[in-house]
Design a protein around this ligand. Structure first.
Ligand SMILES: [Zn+2]
Length: 212
C-alpha cells in the first residue's frame, strides 16, 4: 500500500520537510505495514535538514480482519467512520479509539493476543495500586504502565520509573472476578468507538467514589 506524501515543518529546525502518511492500514493485506504499526516505526521520521529523529502522529484507521478489531488513532473525539459501526459490531468487531501512538501499539498487542482490553486496563490499574501500596515509588515517578504479554492466563504488566522497571504478574481470572462483581461499571459501547486507556479506568473509580 502506498502512503501519501505531505509537507511537514520540522519541530526542531523549523524547516519544511516531507513525510509519508497512511490514512488506512489493513493488517492482513499489508504485513509490512502491520509490523510497522505494531512497533510504532510507521510514525518515526528523520529531518533531512537537521538529522533529528522524532515521531509524527497523524489520524489513521487500522483494520485487523483476522483478530476482528478496528483502531482509530486520533486525538479527536468523533471518528469519521460513524455510520459504518453497526454492521462491523454485528460482525463481532471491537472498535476503539487510541489517542497516542503508545496506546495504539499497545492495543494492537492486546488484541493480537486475543485479550480483553478492559481486563488489561484493570490489571494495569491493579499493578499501579500494588506499586503505590508497597511503597515501590510515587505516582509522580511512574513514566509508563504497559501490558507486555499474557502467558498461561497470566498477564505481565511493566511499570517504569525513568530507567528503572518493575514487572507485575496478574492472573486473568483474578481480574475477571473483579469485573464480575460490578459488571455495569466496566460496560463499554463499541458504537461509541471508546477510548479504553488509563484515563478511562481512572475515571471509573473517580465516578464511583463520587457516588459513594
Ligand atoms: Zn529539522
Amino acid at each position: 500500500m502506498e502512503g501519501r506524501t505531505v509537507k511537514y515543518i520540522c519541530p526542531y529546525c523549523r524547516k519544511e520537510m516531507e513525510i509519508e502518511v497512511f490514512d488506512k492500514v489493513n493488517a492482513q493485506e499489508d504485513p509490512d505495514l502491520q509490523e510497522r504499526c505494531a512497533s510504532g516505526d510507521l510514525f518515526k521520521t528523520s529531518c533531512p535538514h537537521c538529522k533529528q529523529d522524532f515521531m509524527v502522529q497523524y489520524p489513521l484507521v487500522y483494520i485487523d480482519t483476522a483478530n476482528k478489531f478496528i483502531l482509530w488513532l486520533s486525538q479527536e473525539e468523533h471518528p469519521e467512520i460513524g455510520n459504518l459501526t453497526r454492521p462491523l459490531i454485528q460482525q463481532g468487531y471491537r472498535l476503539r479509539r487510541c489517542s497516542t501512538i503508545r496506546e495504539f501499539t499497545e492495543k494492537i498487542a492486546i488484541f493480537e493476543d486475543g485479550m480483553d482490553d478492559v481486563v488489561v486496563e484493570l490489571a494495569k490499574y491493579d499493578s499501579f495500586i500494588e506499586f503505590i501500596d508497597n511503597k515501590k515509588g510515587t505516582a509522580e515517578e511512574i513514566t509508563s504502565i504497559e501490558y507486555q504479554r499474557c502467558e498461561n492466563e497470566v498477564m505481565k504488566i511493566n511499570i517504569r520509573t525513568g530507567d528503572q522497571g518493575m514487572s507485575f504478574l496478574i492472573p486473568v481470572g483474578m481480574v475477571e472476578e473483579e469485573i464480575a462483581q460490578n459488571p455495569e461499571l466496566y460496560e463499554i459501547r463499541d458504537d461509541e468507538i471508546p477510548l479504553i486507556n488509563s484515563d478511562w479506568i481512572l475515571s471509573l473509580f473517580e465516578e464511583s467514589a463520587g457516588q459513594a
